[in-house]
Design a binder for this molecule. Structure first.
Ligand code: C2O
Ligand code: CU
Length: 488
């Protein structure tokens, strides 16, 4: 069965709020406590971070081996695509921003200076840190123009993450404020190359050299802002060919940073296996021919070049043809010329233990995703349990609780649901798009469908829960869930 994105007019009749149901008969929680990061072992040899391909890495200005201190400046920048110059935004003038890299257990200190005309924050998407440092504008006063704020947190888990603003995000992210975070595990195998691939799209009016107005069209309000150009690491995807070598085995860290476009990835001329997800390295890598990557999600792939020649990473995207039918359009988002070499070596994947093991849920709650017509603004509000921009938390959980969250999409457009500060697993129900092993922080809920997740609420705090289609988030599909700290 294929994922469906149903292009029907928004159903305006689903106004009923579903009460959260709890299951009192469920067995007592076998709740683990929050996992602590491994303590630094002073006898261990210094770990050398692998070189990363894809964007410059932020320079660590701190001499301490377990502290990474960096500076990010959010600022306006000029950016050129296909010979046309646009006014964009960048971290340190770059689009995407530089890669923030550290190793598991490091303390990270980021000094953010806001040189924009508007307030901003940075959210460290996927990292399980303190809610005070999470970029939530309801907790942290957004950083005003001209101001500086220092974020401090510890990298508890290895993996591929990303950072972006959480204020006016449909505009700030689209205009270029996003970057990758790589947290290395000292146990990871060494690859011939590690590539970071930020897959994106952008909507440009190239005749006038501007970005069309935000929320300026009905499709954008309904489905989020879909671009008319695909970008890989901030460059036109189709324009550049890179090189690789037969026999090499590479690690690709993929992030879908688009505002709305779900990507479906295939590879031609090489093979890959999935070695990591949102929540870091997998216990058991797996192979698949097509990988569904909704916005916000990450995948780490191990790519083997068995033969010389051309290799393409293809993003199969859905588009609407002249008859309003959905059609698949393949685009190469990375093209490689593979030089002749030898047969690939086999890479042994070490026994990774996930930071959170599987646990039984002791409670079930429901989140209804819907839209409704309103008389203000653009005329549509996107809602979670009937509320747009809910002021009060949807739920209050206890630290260590394991909760089954039923995500019920009552309307046609799809919603990639993202929960801050926690990991969850997707409950497989036999559909290819729910058969996604590993820990996640983002899951796609297709149109008029229900997807269930098991969330491990081990990180106390106030956590945003929202749709990662940034237009939907700005139009109300934004809420919070509270995890009450355990009595110590
Ligand atoms: Cu990447 Cu609240 O989001
Ligand atoms: Cu949505």
């Amino acid at each position: 069965m294929r994922r469906t994105m149903i292009l029907v007019p928004l159903a305006l009749t689903f106004l009923l709020v579903t009460a959260c149901s709890s299951d009192p008969a469920a067995p007592a929680a076998d709740a683990g406590t929050a996992d602590s990061a491994p303590s630094p072992d002073s006898s261990a040899p210094a770990f050398e971070l692998p070189a990363l391909w894809g964007a410059p890495v932020l320079a660590d200005s701190d001499d301490a081996p377990d502290v990474v201190s960096v500076k990010l400046v959010a600022e306006k920048t000029k950016w050129t695509l296909d010979g046309v110059e646009y006014d964009m935004l960048g971290y340190n003038g770059k689009l995407p921003g530089p890669i923030l890299q550290a190793k598991v257990g490091d303390e990270i200190v980021v000094e953010l200076t806001n040189k924009l005309d508007e307030p901003t924050t940075i959210h460290w998407h996927g990292l399980r840190i303190s809610d005070q440092m999470d970029g939530n504008p309801r907790i942290q006063n957004p950083v005003k123009p001209g101001e500086t704020f220092t974020y401090r947190f510890r990298a508890r888990e290895a993996g591929t993450y990303w950072y972006h603003p959480h204020v006016n995000s449909n505009q700030q992210v689209e205009r270029g404020l996003y970057g990758a975070i790589v947290i290395h595990s000292p146990d990871a195998p060494r690859y011939d190359r590690e590539r970071v691939l930020l897959l994106d799209d952008v909507l440009v009016d190239d005749k006038n050299g501007v970005l069309p107005p935000f929320l300026g069209s009905h499709p954008e309000i309904m489905h989020g802002r879909w671009g008319n150009r695909l970008l890989t690491n901030g460059q036109a995807s189709s324009r550049v060919t890179h090189t690789a070598k037969q026999g090499n085995v590479e690690r690709w860290r993929i992030v879908n940073t688009a505002n709305a476009r779900t990507m479906e990835l295939e590879i031609k001329g090489a093979t890959f296996r999935v070695i990591g997800t949102d929540g870091g390295p997998l216990e058991k890598p797996y192979t698949t021919t097509r990988l569904l990557v909704p916005v916000g999600q990450r995948y780490d792939l191990e790519v083997s070049f068995e033969q010389a020649g051309k290799v393409e990473l293809i993003s199969v995207t859905q588009s609407v043809d002249a008859n309003n039918q959905l059609v698949e359009v393949p685009y190469a988002v990375l093209s490689l010329d593979v030089a002749a070499g030898e047969a690939p070596r086999a890479v042994e994947w070490p026994a990774f233990t996930p930071p959170i093991g599987e646990r039984q849920a002791t409670r079930t709650v429901t989140v209804e995703l819907n839209g409704q017509q309103v008389s203000t603004g653009v005329g549509i509000a996107w809602t979670m349990n009937g509320q747009a921009n809910a002021k009060d938390p949807l739920f209050t959980f206890d630290e260590g609780e394991t909760v089954r969250i039923k995500l019920i999409n009552k309307a046609g457009p799809e919603h990639p649901f993202h929960l801050h500060g926690q990991f969850f697993r997707i409950v497989s129900d036999g559909n290819p798009w729910t058969d996604q092993p590993g820990l996640k922080d983002t899951v796609l809920v297709p149109g008029l469908s229900t997807v269930e997740i098991i969330a491990y609420l081990d990180n106390p705090g106030r956590w945003m829960a929202h749709c990662h289609i940034l237009a939907h988030a700005e139009l109300g599909m934004m809420s919070e869930m509270v995890v009450k700290p355990a009595q110590k």
